[in-house]
Design a protein around this ligand. Structure first.
Ligand SMILES: [Fe+2]
Length: 161
């Protein structure tokens, strides 16, 4: 057996940072998705909230998804987890398609439905990553910490102080 690449503590702290960043993305995303749905339900103009949702997706969420796909999925593929990665890539593509659907929605109702679909898919993707992908990599002794540390798209930016 080879030397473990990382300490248990290092792994736990980095997966915790990834989970905390997920929680933050989730909270911000939920607020924006429900702003769109709320506007549509009230019969108000959903354009301002759709614009804010798309802005947040473009600025924070899509970079997070793309960075993970590029870095973490590659690591998992290299570790022989091809099937798992292929399954996660199906979700990844579905998420990106939903962003396009939010952008191109021809009616407020379509925009609200696409926003809600994105939110549900995002929740599943987050959970698979935290409960399946990262633990599988950690079990294999792979240095997830070194890979994702210092990537604010994945672990967020440390709060000041
Ligand atoms: Fe993630």
């Amino acid at each position: 057996m080879g030397e473990p690449v990382m300490s248990e503590r290092g792994t736990n702290s980095i997966t915790k940072a990834a989970e905390e960043h997920h929680a933050e993305l989730w909270a911000e995303l939920t607020a924006r998705v429900y702003a769109v749905i709320g506007a549509v339900a009230r019969g108000a103009d959903p354009e301002p909230s759709r614009g804010e949702l798309l802005d947040y997706l473009t600025r924070e969420v899509v970079p997070h998804l793309r960075t993970e796909e590029r870095m973490v999925y590659n690591l998992a593929r290299g570790a022989g987890e091809r099937g798992l990665v292929a399954a996660m890539e199906v979700d990844h593509r579905a998420l990106l398609r939903q962003v396009e659907s939010i952008k191109k929605a021809a009616t407020p109702l379509e925009a609200a439905m696409a926003a809600r679909a994105f939110l549900v898919l995002f929740a599943l993707r987050m959970e698979k990553e935290e409960k399946v992908l990262l633990p599988v990599l950690a079990e294999q002794g792979l240095d997830v910490r070194e890979l994702i540390e210092g990537r604010p798209e994945i672990v967020g930016t440390p709060s000041p102080g």
